[in-house]
Design a protein around this ligand. Structure first.
Ligand code: NAI
Ligand code: ENO
Length: 307
């Protein structure tokens, strides 16, 4: 499906899984006229060019954003502040500046102070991804039937917000608006904690001397395999998520540890009723996700059929 272009020139800063998918979705669906790409490594930039992801390429982010009416930061969240400082003087008046970062409070704190007057800063987060990274990992349907959360500041220009919403909808997503703090709390439990747990369980298995790595691989049931997929996610990205949503992740980890202790106790004391009651409760959550059309039995978490 092609649309009338919403933006003249889109600048993507960072061209990994998310930047590459955005370039392909926007191109395929005619959402932008021109795509400018910037990333810090020459090699990644050349690869993006080989893949034909954009119309112009530069390692200088300020060059890429020149004349752009949509700028999307698609870098690990820890890199946002330095990039915001770098591009600020080159941003066009009236441009929309947004991002795809998995944390939102930190992005607001680190980017907003550098945004010049007349530029519309509207943070965003597509709830869509995989464990892969880099430009080759991108694909144009990544955002189809996924949520994209925007966290517009109170005084956001309504026309700018509508245009950004239309862009994400054009990429196939449904858009929800949220307060950054609330976003960070919700994502801490549904995304950040699962990744932290996955890194931890796979690390524990790897440390076990009695179980050789080959046995872990040989006998891994699908439960463990699901954890290994998450634990294969990009270490820089997830280091930055943990450092930039510290409070909410620690809060969720504390609750998780308490609940784990209760489970441990039930196992130790042979409290079968407690275990059965708990496992029954959690089973119904999976069922309600499937009934809401947000999941099939195929391992493709997060795609939904809309509300
Ligand atoms: N991977 C996923 O499943 C999802 C990721 N996100 C968020 O999207 C953002 C991008 O993630 P991915 O595309 O997965 O990462 P990625 O690792 O695939 O790509 C990151 C890109 O940023 C570039 N980069 C890194 N540091 C830089 C710097 N200091 N200056 C300029 N460029 C720099 C890298 O060269 C690469 O092109 C992150 O903030 C992440 O939290 C959001 C939703 C899903
Ligand atoms: O691969 C998975 O299962 C994910 O959970 C992808 C993902 C990673 C980070 C995000 O901020 C949003 C989605």
């Amino acid at each position: 499906m092609t649309n009338a272009p919403i933006f003249e020139r889109m600048a993507l800063i960072g061209i990994g899984l998310i930047g590459s998918s955005l370039a392909q979705a926007a191109r395929q669906r005619g959402l932008v006229k021109e795509i400018a790409i910037s990333t810090r490594s020459e090699a990644t930039l050349r690869r993006a060019e080989e893949l034909g992801l954009g119309d112009s390429y530069s390692v200088d982010a300020a060059v890429a954003v020149e004349g752009a009416d949509l700028v999307i930061l698609c870098v690990p969240v820890g890199a946002n502040e330095a990039i915001a400082k770098w591009i600020a003087p080159a941003l066009k008046k009236g441009a929309i500046l947004t991002d795809a970062g998995s944390t939102k409070g930190s992005v607001v704190a680190q980017v907003a102070p550098h945004v010049p007057e007349g530029v519309h800063f509207i943070p965003g987060h597509p709830i869509a991804g995989t464990e892969q990274s880099g430009p080759d990992a991108g694909f144009p349907t990544l955002f189809d039937q996924r949520w994209c959360i925007l966290t517009p500041p109170e005084n956001t220009d309504p026309d700018a917000l509508e245009k950004l919403k239309a862009f994400w909808q054009g990429c196939g997503s449904d858009v929800d608006l949220m307060d950054p703090k609330h976003h960070d709390l919700v994502l801490a439990i549904v995304s950040h904690l699962p990744h932290v747990i996955a890194y931890n369980i796979v690390g524990t298995a790897d440390d076990l001397e009695a179980v050789t790595k080959s046995e872990v691989i040989k006998y891994s049931a699908s439960g463990f395999r699901d954890f290994t997929r998450l634990a294969a996610s990009d270490p820089i990205m997830w280091r930055d998520v943990c450092l930039n949503n510290k409070d909410a992740i620690l809060e969720m980890l504390a609750r998780f540890s308490e609940d784990l202790s209760a489970l441990q106790r039930a196992i130790r004391w042979g409290d079968g009723d407690k275990l059965f009651e708990m496992f029954t409760r959690t089973r119904s959550i999976r069922r309600s996700i499937i009934e809401a059309g947000q999941e099939t039995d195929a391992p493709d978490f997060g795609r939904h059929s809309g509300d």
